[in-house]
Ligand binder design. Structure first.
Ligand SMILES: Nc1ncnc2c1ncn2[C@@H]1O[C@H](COP(=O)(O)OP(=O)(O)OP(=O)(O)O)[C@@H](O)[C@H]1O
Ligand SMILES: [Mg+2]
Length: 270
């Protein structure tokens, strides 16, 4: 469903600030798969999601969605296929618009004309039904500006918006990281519910090893812009948070070794 083939992306190439964020990344995601992506800070997880969404063009390699080569599609063209939720509850919704207005925008995603003058009674009824499933009491506050809600409430609504029109691919980038534990749990439960109900092919980035072990049917661990570990089927089911932590420790140690080797080499050549 999603094929990423030998993708490279370097930021600020040829300058002192050069960062090789993706270095020959290849990964294949099946239709309907819920894939969890983990990796140390700076390993390229968000860059991977951005490469899929078309936030920038990759330097080399190919991105295919449903067999279509979208590598050179601009972000706005890919947006019709994607739903996205970011870490920050403040992105993804318009703070001055009400819950109903935000949901109306989501319901018109991909439509050619702008927001209509009124929200139909039918749409408003559906909003009430969907929002009441959150059990956050927001169905009675459809006219409240989204900017006045808590982070957890906003993130739950952002998720509803991102999935209102079943996207071909759902991209979640640490979407519960900024929430308190209880709200994070609620948003995770909502994510699981929507993903399994609508069979959404999903890529979810997380730093929580508990989430990584428990959620999804595939686990991808990134390191230095490449896939270090890719577990599916029984291997994914078996994996425990402690094993993942041990892997992280291994990676960290080999990075330190790399660093000290590089330092030694640098000293040798002074
Ligand atoms: N737009 C950009 N311009 C310059 N450098 C960037 C840009 N986006 C990412 N990078 C750099 O690319 C590398 C990979 O970043 P990325 O955000 O993908 O990491 P990450 O795995 O998501 O990390 P984290 O867990 O901290 O979110 C980092 O060194 C980052 O500074
Ligand atoms: Mg990131």
């Amino acid at each position: 469903m999603l094929d990423i083939e030998n993708v490279h992306k370097t930021f600020h190439a040829g300058t002192a600030h050069e960062v090789r964020a993706l270095q020959g990344l290849s990964v294949h995601i099946d239709e309907g798969s819920f894939t969890v992506v983990i990796g140390t800070n700076g390993s390229g997880k968000s860059t991977l999601l951005n490469a899929v969404a078309g936030t920038f063009f990759v330097d080399t390699g190919q991105v295919r969605i449903d067999g279509q080569d979208v590598t050179r599609w601009p972000e706005c063209r890919r947006a019709s296929l994607l739903g996205r939720v970011f870490q920050n509850p403040f992105s993804g919704t318009a703070p001055n618009l009400s819950i109903a207005e935000n949901l109306a925008l989501a319901s018109r995603r991909g439509a050619r004309r702008g927001l209509g003058p009124v929200i139909s009674a039918r749409l408003r009824r559906r909003m009430g039904e969907v929002v009441s499933q959150l059990k956050m009491g927001l169905e009675d506050r459809l006219d409240t500006p989204i900017g006045t809600l808590s982070g957890g409430q906003r993130q739950a609504l952002t998720l509803l918006m991102a999935t209102w029109q079943k996207p071909r691919l759902l991209l979640l980038d640490e979407h519960t990281a900024a929430l308190d534990p209880k709200s994070a749990e609620q948003v995770v439960a909502l994510s699981e519910q929507v993903i399994s109900r609508d069979h959404l092919t999903t890529l979810m980035v997380t730093h929580s090893m508990q989430q990584a072990a428990r959620l999804g049917d595939r686990l991808v661990m990134m390191h230095q812009g490449k896939v270090l570990l890719n577990l599916g089927g029984a291997q994914k089911k078996r994996v425990r948070p402690e094993e993942l932590l041990a892997r992280f420790e291994e990676v960290r140690r080999s990075d330190l070794l790399d660093e000290s080797a590089a330092e030694m080499l640098a000293r040798c050549y002074v």
